[in-house]
Design a protein around this ligand. Structure first.
Ligand SMILES: Cc1ncc(COP(=O)(O)O)c(C=O)c1O
Length: 381
């Protein structure tokens, strides 16, 4: 097995030595630098006269540029949003869908990426096509079969949130474009841990919150918007998204024009004085490691976890069909009862979604954690 590309980074996290945290798909642990950035930012508003252009405008642009680098886009294509739902809501509002057309989703997809489409389908007389979980773990082929000329929208993750099943977005993007369907991506469970090249996939919209694999705070996120969708309708009409809003004395010279690029889709109060320094600190660290190297390193960790769990009868999807950073482990006969709370009693934190034990490490995971996990599996088999 190749050596990990990045050595264990435990010292950069605030995790006690006896805690084995393998649940980043739920929420990643916040980096020490990110917590520090938040602590330093909190007192700013106690002295409002210190709030200036840097806080209103500069940090916002820095955050856009950082996320753009992570996904291989331009800063002009990035909007600041508070959640994946907000991003998907924006995409749903701006996707043309006609009666009789279809919207392709995955079985058991995360609800934030289902409800906006069921609403649009109901309103337009369109139909949801749900791709069932394939027995051979090959979500990509199953999705490709569902994309045909009736398709208006394909709305997908790269990594299924329940079990880490991975989709080939380049192939799916090509198929969607060939039939004129819009591609909307919810990368909540992959942005920051699995490389994506926006130029190769060419989605219409792509969103990710920062609190999972981007290692940032809760209630912040990004929406990539392809330039062909820059003239759409935002969910709200906030003042700062309009041209000239730097000049606070002229805000009631109402402006018809939005700021350039995807900025019209920014959420109101996007210049969050506390969250943005935290977001920027998190993205700096992700960029310093590099998403490719993060993925290569976590692929080794998840392979080691599969090896350990296989001793106790657990199996995962084959490597070709699973994400580098994320595993669903299942067992014939199902999981032992109350497995997650019993793991928790042993300070091992994992998740379950459906029939799978969801194991999702990051760079804080040490050899000792893997032994700890193995010992818990042995005790709870
Ligand atoms: C695939 C996926 N999308 C979105 C979210 C979160 O959505 P939101 O940011 O709207 O709360 C999650 C959370 O677990 C998720 O797994």
């Amino acid at each position: 097995m190749p050596a990990p590309a990045i050595p264990c980074q435990r010292a950069l996290f605030d995790i006690p030595a006896d805690v084995c945290y393998l649940n980043c798909a739920y929420m990643s642990p916040q980096l020490v630098t990110v917590s520090r950035a938040g602590r330093e930012a909190v007192p700013l508003k106690a002295q409002p006269w210190r709030v200036g252009e840097e806080h209103w405008f500069v940090r916002v642009e820095e955050a856009r540029a950082r996320f753009a680098r992570i996904v291989g886009a331009s800063a002009d294509d990035i909007a600041l949003v508070p959640s994946a739902s907000y991003g998907i809501g924006t995409a749903a509002r701006n996707s043309p869908i006609a009666a009789g057309q279809t919207i392709v989703l995955l079985a058991e997809q995360f609800p934030s990426c289902v409800y906006p489409w069921t609403r649009r389908a109901r309103e337009e007389g369109a139909r949801i096509v749900t791709v069932e979980r394939p027995g051979d773990h090959d979500w990509t082929s199953a999705v490709l079969e569902a994309i045909d000329e009736r398709c208006a929208v394909v709305a997908l993750p790269e990594v299924h949130w329940a079990d880490g099943g991975r989709l080939d977005l380049v192939a799916i993007g090509r198929a969607a474009r060939a039939v004129g369907a819009r591609l909307v991506l919810d990368l909540s469970q992959s942005a920051g841990a699995s490389p994506i090249d926006v130029a190769a996939v060419d989605p219409d919209w792509l969103c990710a919150p920062t609190y999972k694999w981007l290692l940032g705070p809760y209630s912040a996120g990004f929406l990539y918007v392809a330039s062909r969708n820059h003239d759409g309708v935002p969910l709200e009409e906030n003042w700062i998204a309009r041209q000239g809003s730097e000049d606070f004395s002229k805000l009631v010279d109402y402006q018809e024009h939005y700021r350039e690029g995807a900025r019209r889709y920014d959420v109101g109060e996007r210049s969050n004085f506390v969250l943005l320094p935290m977001v920027n600190a998190a993205l700096d660290q992700v960029l310093a490691w590099g998403v490719e190297r993060i993925a290569d390193t976590l692929r080794v960790t998840t392979s080691r976890i599969v090896e350990i769990a296989s001793e106790f009868g657990y199996t995962a999807a084959p490597e070709a069909h699973r994400a580098p950073h994320f595993l669903g482990l299942s067992r014939e006969g199902g999981l032992p009862p109350d497995l997650v709370p019993r793991f928790r009693e042993r300070s091992v934190f994992v998740g379950t979604r459906g029939d799978a034990l969801r194991v999702s490490p990051h760079l804080h995971v040490s050899d000792a954690d893997l032994e700890h996990f193995g010992a818990a599996l042995r005790a709870l088999r």
